[in-house]
Design a protein around this ligand. Sequence first.
Ligand code: ZN
Length: 107
Amino acid sequence: MAGELFEKRLLEFTRRGDIEKVKWLENIGKHILPSYVKRIQKKDKSVMQELILPKWVSWELLYDWACTQKIKEGKLCVLCDEYHKVGVEFNGKFICEYCFLKIKNWK
Ligand SMILES: [Zn+2]
């Protein structure tokens, strides 16, 4: 299952008191940008050369973690606070199609 290896490593490092590695894993989302996560999900191993990763971070670990990540696509709707691909923009503010329809129905 996705995320299993990641959890295992995190637990291992926690038990060993390897704070630095624990911290890195807990903040992995800050080290690896969404565009890279997408490529990792597509099994593009060349990201290993592009990213500056600690030596103990293996491809398997990276891939396992990436598979648990949902990539946010589209824009953040100011009303429902979620990411949507389709919507309209009012004065630079994005409103998703669902919220837009709701507003339209109120009138
Ligand atoms: Zn919305």
